[in-house]
Design a protein around this ligand. Structure first.
Ligand code: NAP
Ligand code: SF4
Length: 675
């Protein structure tokens, strides 16, 4: 008997059966836009081979005005049908099923031609939409229906109609965006007319026996969003109009409440889907922050849904389902919900990948093939760069030994995992441990190696990481000044008033760590909901608590500083930076930019501003934490060079300025794939 009987149970839809309860949710990877259809097909086929029950493609536009941006993928012509057929054929050959998502972005479209129920610009858009007239609305409906028919002709097993996250159909539903006074606005009956009509016309176009998923926003998390009564009314109408399955959407893109990032508790919104269970007769899918088979199984056992959507976890590990079914869930590369290589890439106009799995979306290019002749490889440094290189090389058949002077593997990941809201990093280190074991990598911990120890290996990889930069502030040798390492690894407990020097990724992490006391809200859903002002949408429209966010009192008074005059936190991730800033602002962390560090003494940190060193002031602090960036630790690489022993230098040891796990893992994996 499997460990996940509910998750792995087939789902009979009457005319077809899904092999299990796992949906790979839609993701905008940017692959379809490359027009490299072999690459697109390989991305989806790899996941089909990994046994996911049903996949949904990235959002495909039904027409130019509705597509997310100029140049975004659309399904408009016979040529598009032919291209998409390459994908569906490959997926079917691999034994999978795939539905195409039809995404009309409405006012979220990055285009001056965008359209919406009313001409109201969104806070996250550059362009104000044009208000559609009745003829324009009819055109959108028929374009969506025609798009669905083409998807069927292209061989898809179904379509998903995107009705949530604040996109076009969602915009008709709520008075926040729909101020119309005709039959498409006003009463809820009128406001839901468009989504329901779209479902009806799509069903009419594709006929029976074709999967039609409707993605329904169950908790909008914006002012004047839907009530739960309206959600139920819509779900019933969508079912009656011909939907096969209802998928859950959580929060509009413009909502100021995090919904998928790493600090959001696992399965944080499954309870919302559960409220709809039993109200309709078609299967429901739940979503958001479900990233292990254990959590997915639990959600199903708890009766929250009939099926579970996991999107980013399928980037992290294409074989998620197959490994779960084989009893190897410790080998599933975990999605840590960082967004660094997926959503941040999408919003930066780059193709998505995955921080923990650089092969994601690069299936045709980054190949990890077995080697003919095994080499002996020494890897010095068991951080993300070294470990990725080690397991990739060992997977290919090389004989790998990893050395680290620390007593456990993980490097800087072991610091990150101490931060409240970054608990997922524990799982990542555990995964490396499982993979090192699986591929029989020899790991020598508590071992300091010198150049003399490395001469016998065929290849030497130096992944020795970084050393903290010395900011050379007069007085910094005083006892009240500590490194971020001492704070995060717990060797020093900070005083009540803390000044944090440096506002990069680590300055933010340290500040977050310092203002938290007790358990992280990421592991306590009711507390997290209170912190962000989320409540039951049956009690309050849209799921917004009327009292707003109610964070815990900060454990310390923290001031975070930087010398740059730019906005503090500007360099953080595109889709996560706002959350870090909001979270620290809620904890009264003072963020000061444009400072000169004058000196440190018993009073605290003395600063001034500008070239003229004006406005001197003292930040009274019991503890001053240095988070002033990093320098590469190249001492071993230099020693090897002196001895004439060639080596590869990767991760922070190579480039400290961009020290981050995404770059380190990518570099380690690519190097090992080429050795
Ligand atoms: P960073 O992002 O480069 O930030 C360094 C900070 O130090 C900046 O605020 C910089 O601001 C300041 N600084 C630079 N030189 C200084 C000097 N001489 N004196 C005083 N201040 C100085 O580096 P980081 O914060 O160390 O993070 C590096 C990367 O690690 C991040 O981008 C992130 O991806 C990753 N990260 C790692 C962890 C982890 O635990 N390992 C955690 C979070 C993030 P000014 O120059 O304006 O003063
Ligand atoms: Fe998950 Fe981060 Fe990978 Fe995105 S980049 S799939 S959030 S681990």
């Amino acid at each position: 008997m499997s460990d996940y009987p509910h998750l792995l149970a087939p789902l009979d839809l009457g005319f077809t059966t899904l092999k299990n309860r796992v949906l790979m949710g839609s993701m905008h990877t940017g692959l379809e836009e490359t027009q490299d259809w072999n690459r697109v097909a390989e991305f989806y086929a790899t996941r089909a081979r990994g046994d996911v029950g049903l996949m949904v493609t990235g959002g495909i536009g039904p027409n130019p005005e509705g597509s997310v941006a100029h140049g975004a993928a659309m399904m408009l012509s016979q040529k598009d049908v032919d291209n998409h057929s390459i994908v569906t054929d490959r997926v079917h050959e691999a034994g999978g099923k795939i539905a195409m998502q039809i995404l009309h972005a409405g006012r979220y479209a990055f285009s001056p031609d965008c359209v919406a129920p009313s001409a109201i610009k969104s806070p996250i858009s550059m362009f104000a939409p044009k208000e559609l007239d009745a003829e324009g609305i009819e055109k959108q409906i028929s374009d969506i229906a025609a798009c669905a028919l083409r998807a069927k002709q292209a061989g898809y097993d179904g379509v998903e109609v995107m009705g949530s996250e604040g996109y076009f159909l969602n915009q008709f539903l709520v008075t926040h965006t729909n101020k119309r006074t005709d039959e498409w606005g006003g009463s809820y009956e009128n406001r839901m007319r468009l989504p329901v009509e779209v479902v009806r016309r799509v069903r009419e176009a594709v006929g029976p026996d074709f999967i039609l998923i409707y993605r329904l926003s169950m908790i909008d998390l914006i002012p004047n969003g839907s009530t739960f009564e309206e959600v139920v009314q819509l779900a019933k109408a969508v079912e009656a109009a011909g939907a096969t399955i209802i998928n859950t959407g959580i929060g509009w893109h413009e909502a100021r409440i995090p919904t998928i990032q790493t600090s959001v508790p696992r399965a944080a919104f499954a309870w919302v889907t559960k409220k709809l269970m039993g109200q309709v007769n078609i299967p429901l899918i739940t979503s958001n922050r479900i990233n292990t088979p254990e959590v997915a199984e639990e959600v199903l056992v708890d009766g929250c849904a009939d099926m579970v959507s996991m999107a980013r976890p399928m980037l992290a590990d294409a074989d998620f389902v197959a490994k779960a079914a084989a009893g190897k869930s410790d080998q599933i590369a975990p999605c840590i919900a960082c967004n660094q290589a997926c959503l941040d890439h999408t919003f930066g106009g780059k193709i998505s990948s995955c921080l923990v799995n650089p092969r994601a979306c690069y299936e045709t290019e980054l190949r990890v093939d077995p080697v003919d002749a095994a080499k002996t490889i020494a890897v010095v440094g068991a951080g993300p760069a070294g470990l990725s290189a080690a397991i990739t090389a060992a997977e290919r058949g090389h004989k790998v030994t990893v050395f680290d002077r620390a007593s456990e593997i993980g490097g800087q990941l072991n610091l990150a995992k101490q931060v409240a809201g970054k608990e997922e990093f524990w799982g990542l280190v555990d995964w490396y441990r499982a993979m090192v074991k699986k591929y029989d990598v020899t790991v020598k911990l508590n071992t300091e190696v010198s150049a003399n120890d490395l001469g016998e290996y065929d290849e030497v990889i130096i992944a020795t990481g970084v050393i903290p930069r010395d900011p050379q502030i007069p007085g910094q040798d005083a006892g009240n000044v500590v490194s971020y390492i001492d704070i995060l690894n717990g060797t020093v407990t900070a005083g009540q008033r803390v000044a944090v020097i440096g506002a990069g990724g680590i300055g933010f992490d340290v500040s977050e760590h310092l203002v938290h006391d007790g358990d992280s809200t990421t592991t306590n859903l009711p507390e997290w909901m209170k912190e962000w002002g989320v409540t039951d949408p049956a009690d309050h429209r849209s799921g917004l608590a009327p009292e707003g966010p109610q964070p815990h009192a900060p454990a310390r008074e923290v001031t975070m500083l930087q010398r740059k005059t730019t906005k503090v936190g500007k360099g953080l991730g595109k889709t996560t930076g706002w959350i870090h800033r909001a979270s620290l602002t809620m904890k009264n962390v003072q963020m000061i930019a444009g400072v000169n560090y004058e000196k440190i003494d018993a009073e605290g940190l003395h600063i001034s501003f500008g070239e003229a060193r004006e406005k001197p002031q003292v930040i009274a602090a019991d503890t001053i934490v240095l988070c002033a960036g990093q320098l590469s630790d190249r001492s071993l690489a230099d020693a090897l060079e002196v001895k004439g022993i060639p080596c590869h230098v990767i991760g922070g040891a190579d480039v400290a300025a961009e020290l981050d796990a995404k770059r380190a893992i990518d570099q380690g994996t690519r190097l090992a794939a080429a050795l």
